[in-house]
Design a protein around this ligand. Structure first.
Ligand code: GLC
Ligand code: GLC
Length: 627
């Protein structure tokens, strides 16, 4: 394989570790290329180009990052630690710009972050850029935020603070202002071949028979017409043009951009919109086998030239599909959209059935991978549970989604939520919901259950394993930004309601427990501290614990020196877990969440939205599961 690397470069690289990685990963990359592109001369030459780029990228990788590579290769499970905690924010909205962000690092340490996802910060069109998800250059930071040197400096500062940097790799599409798009429009064949252009509606219509509409408010279907009459594939907004990965030159070009980002100090790439990258007539053009092969090929390139960088999959799709992206050779990390959606479902229905079922059967992952568990993201909440699973519990998926949409936009009697609808599609009945955690859980309208619900929701993501991810500002109970539409380019996209600017007042109150912000912050800080000192909460192993109470979720997190048994009450009233259910547990156990001993012999009473993290010795917990 190494014979494919131009000799001049191997000489220059002169690094046996690099050549060893080429020997280990090169054959896989070659096989994947062959599977995707066949064995024509063009594909072979692009593959050689990819390897040459990888060699060049390694040669220019900063020494500090090479040391990081070596450390992480020696400790490959670093991200499975119970000390992992993620945060996500927009640089401009949270901190103004990149130097401003660096000034928040002391706070990130106070909170306990070890992972920070900065929302898209690259050059993008003025006005609406889908929050930066329309990238005009992967090598240039949005000038309002700083420069690429600022990004590398922030990465280094974060690393010094023990925090890994996560940025997006928006590789399904570029903006229509990217140089490639401009040159394509200007008629350069080489770049026309980077995208999907059609002379008329014939092919778009054939594709649209089987492809779903993602942003129907922006344009119907998946194609938009250009001023010259042609049509171009645009799954998301009209200004986000899908790249054509059937062209191996696109893979090479994007692999080069990926390695450029890696060399700025990015530790984890959030692989945006993975489901959409391969298209095939007559299919849904989502999650096709080649989408996986492409991700695996990117993964192989990464293993060769930026070996410590991990991928996080953003597949907000059916759970059977979500899981297919997760493996050490593809994406080591993945959002857990099922847990997210079902947390909200459970908070609305107060019935844990669907969430319990998901934890029982859809939580397990292959070794060398982890979930990123979250209460909400910058996006809408989509109801991506499996209808088949719901049917087993006597729940009709379509009706349940309708109920959840109505509930969270406050149209259901008795609802506590102040969410806003997103992309309501009258044709299909589909809709999603936008809003901050606090507003969706009743804080805005002063519902007395709001603070306990916020803590309950976070207690689940903090105790089910993987990397818990906080949407920064939610830890002090930020509420919706109802003025979002006044900002240029945001009016058409209700997701901005859930992306408020840095909540100055709430942060100022965070150490005052007479305020909501203070109670939420203190509660979360405590749970985070407990998690950090509880090794049982690392990794992903989760054993069911059925409480026989429809309002109380249960699971166990076994470790080497004991087990944590989690019991969580989603009802608005006190609930009891019967003595019989607890009979395998000791008479008294320490509740890590409250630092108090609790008696279990006569059953356990849980306050409304109350939860316990019981630390027991491993054997007794397993006995109880068999009971
Ligand atoms: C992802 C992002 C979302 C964006 C879309 C298109 O789903 O999370 O915000 O609109 O990709 O890039
Ligand atoms: C994502 C998802 C879609 C989601 C959207 C962001 O890629 O696939 O369901 O709602 O983009 O809003």
């Amino acid at each position: 394989m190494s014979d494919r690397i131009p000799h001049a470069l191997t000489g220059e690289v002169g690094d046996p570790t690099f050549l060893a990685r080429v020997a280990a990963e090169g054959p896989r990359l070659e096989r994947l290329f062959h599977e995707i592109y066949g064995d024509d001369a063009r594909a072979r030459s692009e593959l050689e180009g990819v390897l040459a780029d990888a060699a060049e990228s390694w040669a220019s990788r900063p020494a500090a990052l090479k040391r990081r590579d070596a450390e992480r290769l020696a400790d490959p499970d670093w991200y499975q630690s119970n000390r992992m905690l993620g945060g996500v924010c927009y640089v401009d909205r949270y901190a103004g710009d990149l130097p401003g962000l660096a000034r928040h690092i002391p706070y990130f340490r106070e909170l306990g972050l070890s992972y920070l996802h900065l929302m898209p910060l690259f050059l993008a069109p003025e006005g609406n850029s889908d929050g930066g998800y329309a990238v005009s250059s992967y090598r240039q930071v949005d000038p309002a935020l700083g420069t690429i040197q600022d990004l590398a400096a922030v990465a280094a500062d974060l690393h010094d603070a023990g925090i890994s940097l996560v940025v997006d790799f928006i590789f399904n599409h570029t903006s229509n202002e990217h140089e490639w798009a401009k040159r394509a429009l200007a008629g350069e064949q080489e770049f026309e071949d980077y995208y999907w252009f059609f002379p008329d509606r014939e092919m778009p219509e054939r594709y649209e028979r089987t492809v779903r509409e993602i942003f129907p408010d922006d344009h119907p279907g998946s194609f938009v017409q250009l001023p010259d009459g042609r049509w171009v594939w645009a799954t998301f907004h009209s200004f986000q043009w899908d790249l054509n990965y059937r062209n191996p030159a696109v893979f090479r070009a994007m692999a080069r951009e990926m390695l450029f980002l890696a060399n700025q100090g990015v530790d984890i790439l959030r692989m945006d919109a993975v489901a959409f990258i391969w298209k095939e007539l007559g299919t849904a053009c989502e999650s096709l086998p080649q989408a996986h092969l492409l991700l695996q090929a990117f993964n192989a390139v990464c293993r060769i030239a930026a070996p410590s960088m991990l991928f996080k999959s953003e597949a907000i799709v059916h759970p059977d599909e979500v899981i297919q992206y997760i493996s050490p050779g593809e994406c080591q990390l993945s959002y857990n959209p099922l847990q997210m959606a079902l947390l909200w479902s459970t908070l609305a229905t107060r019935d844990v059935g669907l969430l319990q079922q998901a934890l029982d059967r859809r939580h397990a992952l292959p070794p060398g991978t982890a979930w990123v568990n979250y209460v909400r993201s910058h996006d809408d909440i989509g109801w991506t549970f499996a209808d088949e699973d719901a049917t087993e519990l006597g729940i009709d998926g379509f009706d349940h989604r309708r109920f959840l949409n109505a509930f969270y936009v406050g149209r259901f009697p008795g609802s506590f939520a102040d969410g806003v609808p997103f992309q309501e599609n009258p044709r299909t009945g589909d809709a999603r919901v936008a809003g901050t955690t606090a507003s969706l859980l009743g804080l805005e309208r002063g519902d007395p259950g709001a603070v306990p619900r916020i803590l309950l929701a976070h207690s689940v993501v903090l105790s089910t394993g993987g990397i818990p991810l906080l949407y920064l500002g939610d830890e002090v109970g930020q509420t919706n930004d109802h003025a979002y539409a006044e900002e240029p380019g945001h009016g058409e996209d209700s997701r901005w309601v859930g992306r408020p600017r840095y909540p100055v007042d709430a942060y100022a109150q965070r150490n005052d427990e007479s305020t909501d912000a203070g109670r939420i912050f203190a509660g979360l800080r405590h749970l985070i501290a407990v998690r950090q000192r509880t090794p049982e909460l690392a990794g992903n192993t989760l054993v069911p614990f059925h409480t026989r109470n429809p309002h109380v979720l249960g699971y166990q997190r076994p470790g080497d020196s004991g087990t944590v048994v989690v019991l969580a009450n989603f009802a608005d009233e006190e609930q009891t877990v019967d003595a019989e259910v607890l009979s395998g547990l000791p008479d008294v156990a320490l509740d890590l969440a409250s630092d108090a001993s609790v008696a279990l012999r006569d059953g356990l009473r849980l306050a409304p939205h109350g939860f316990v993290w019981l630390h027991v010795d491993g054997d007794s917990a397993r006995r109880s599961e068999q009971a």
